[in-house]
Ligand binder design. Structure first.
Ligand code: 6R9
Length: 571
């Protein structure tokens, strides 16, 4: 097998020699970088904001916020004051105390970030939700977690089923002229009255911080709980992988509803005291290039689906912008096609650095570092302090070039600590000392890891992780649908698209209109990104004897592949 290698470009990077650091590094050494190492007082939000505001970076720009209507700049001092105010609003108007679950359900805005950090300062556990969620998705997450407070906007308020959630005490609305009545609190009015000084709740490093819901292939979405201790790895990987330095202008394009938008849209940069760019609104190539040009972005973290869309928009647009400030580009979320790396090199003169991790892992685990040669198509090598391997289903390590389960030796600092109140589910991730990712991959003879696909059926469409079960459940709610099986079908732009196989109820005839009606039904009932782009009607779906739809068989049919073992399939 011949592999393409792009040699590292010489430079003064934070990580100078991968092999050497890998051999000697100890996470204990990173602890000295935090103020709690001296004071014993722990809080990830204090460490991300106040520490810099009080320690010589008060007037440094912490946040450049941009969307179609707003262009705002906040220093670390202002971030400290606004997050303190938000903390006071949550404490005084909603009685939030340590351990309470506070959800944020709103599009990106400075207020969203004030609330997330303010809630963390109280020791609350923050659950970020994508604004695209429909009522059912919101209800499931609030119900499962026993949320006490949700912070939302007037536009999204109608998707919060307040009456069905007895534990939900307070609904904080971020908008203009909000009328306070019943459980509704006017965020802006309360912010204006709130003190900018806050009594921070000091926590244990093992106390909960973020609760990210993520979809599995079966069952309801599960709540992945992270703790304050994750800061250790978020800080250090931002140094090694993002290569952040004091004078960088860093832009992560991810929404905080996705773990990338918290671990690296909030904590990675701010724990390092680096200027962070946040852009709200929809993806548009012009806006993106304009952002890089105007703010002189130096380090840019995005996803393959976005790079593919930029690639699709053509190279002519790029020539209209001065993108010479860029020095480092990164990608996560799906396999990064070698073709995209080649395109990036041509148009930006830089290599896009792929890295791999998951909601459950809290921070990057496998990566291409600027000091290391890149093999396009490979996710790179494990970060120092982390042991990765390919294991079989019994947890035995496999030799190089053998495909198997991508697994990580337990115990890295940012590992999830709980699937929310579901110890069984949590345990199911582990085989002995190995955390088994659910991805299949192989390692080459030089220690680079190569992604092959999901072991289970989770669909990755345009960077969003969609559980087929959730879509199927919605589909069968439609009066015409008897049964539904959903798969991800490879797509050059979106990674995968959602394809649904549907068996109709008696009395319904297949038609194009019906397909469209069903598509709309999922769009409004679940989320736009979860609606199947392709629908095919079938008389019957392949199922196991226990009644589970066999998605791998559907996939095999669709892609003309061998169907594999059919012993469990019903007649
Ligand atoms: C951070 C994040 C995790 C799943 C993961 C894998 C896929 C992520 C990847 C990648 C190939 C990469 N994935 N990075 N696949 N190459 N560099 O994406 O978290 O949303 O939980 O998804 O995404 O399948 O298991 P999450």
């Amino acid at each position: 097998m011949k592999v393409e290698t792009l040699s590292a470009v010489k430079g003064d990077y934070n990580l100078k020699n991968y092999e050497e650091t890998y051999a000697t590094f100890d996470w204990k050494d990173v602890e000295k970088e935090f103020s709690w190492y001296e004071t014993g007082r722990v809080n990830i939000a204090y460490e991300a904001i106040d520490r810099h505001a009080l320690g010589g970076k008060a007037d440094k720009i912490a946040l450049y916020y941009r969307d179609a209507d707003r262009q705002e700049t906040y220093t670390f001092r202002q971030m400290m004051e606004f997050t303190n105010k938000a903390g006071n609003v949550l404490r005084n108007a909603a009685n939030v105390v340590k351990g309470d679950r506070v959800f944020v359900f709103m599009p990106r805005s400075p207020e969203l970030y004030f609330v997330v950090l303010g809630a963390l300062k109280l020791g609350a556990i923050v659950g970020p939700l994508f604004e695209a969620f429909m009522e059912g998705a919101v209800r499931d997450r609030l119900e499962d977690s026993g949320a006490k407070v949700i912070v939302t906007t007037p536009q999204l308020l109608e998707r919060v089923p307040v009456k069905e959630l007895p534990l939900l005490e307070t609904v904080i609305v971020v908008g203009d002229n909000v009328k306070e009545e019943g459980q509704i609190i006017d965020f802006k009015k309360r912010m204006a009255e709130a003190s900018s000084e806050l009594d921070i709740e000091w926590v244990d490093r093992e106390d909960g911080s973020l609760l990210h819901y993520t979809s599995g292939s079966t069952g309801k979405p599960k709540g992945v709980l992270h703790v304050h201790n994750a800061m250790i790895q978020q800080y250090q990987t931002a140094k090694w992988v993002l290569d952040l330095k004091d004078d960088d202008i860093y832009w992560c394009t991810a929404d905080p509803g996705w773990v990338t938008g918290t671990s690296y849209g909030i904590f990675g940069p701010w724990l390092n005291g680096v200027t962070n760019v946040i852009v709200g609104g929809r993806f548009k190539p012009e806006t993106w290039y304009q952002t890089i040009q105007d703010l002189k972005v130096t380090v840019w973290y995005s996803a393959p689906t976005a790079f593919r869309m930029l690639m699709g928009a053509g190279d002519e647009i790029i020539k209209k912008y001065d993108l010479s400030s860029l020095r480092h580009i990164l990608s996560v979320g799906e396999p990064l096609n070698p073709e995209v790396i080649r395109w990036g090199h041509k148009v930006f003169g830089l290599r896009i650095h792929d890295n791999w991790w998951m909601t459950e892992t809290g921070a990057q685990l496998i990566s291409n570092y600027p000091c290391m040669d890149i093999r396009p198509g490979s996710m790179g090598k494990p970060i120092p302090g982390v042991k990765a391997a390919i294991v079989d289903d019994q947890g035995n390590e496999l030799p190089p070039l053998r495909m198997g389960n991508l697994a990580i030796k337990k115990g890295w600092p940012s590992m999830m600590r709980q699937i929310w109140r579901n110890p069984e589910k949590y345990e199911s991730y582990f085989i002995g000392d190995w955390y088994v990712s659910g991805d299949s991959a192989y390692m080459d003879e030089d220690g680079y890891f190569w992604f092959q696909g999901r072991v289970d059926d989770v669909i990755m469409t345009s960077g969003e992780r969609v559980g087929p079960f959730e879509v199927e459940s919605k589909l069968v709610e439609h009066p015409a649908v008897a049964e539904a099986g959903v798969i991800g079908k490879p797509d050059p732009v979106r990674g995968e698209i959602i394809k649904a196989f549907i068996a109709l109820r008696a009395g319904y005839q297949p038609s194009e209109e019906l397909k469209e009606e069903i598509r709309q039904f999922v769009k409004t009932g679940l989320a736009a990104h979860a609606a199947p782009r392709e629908i095919e009607f079938r008389d019957k779906l392949p199922k196991t004897r226990s009644g589970k739809i066999m998605r791998r068989v559907l996939k095999a049919w669709e892609l003309d592949l061998p169907t594999g073992d059919l012993s469990t399939m019903e007649d």
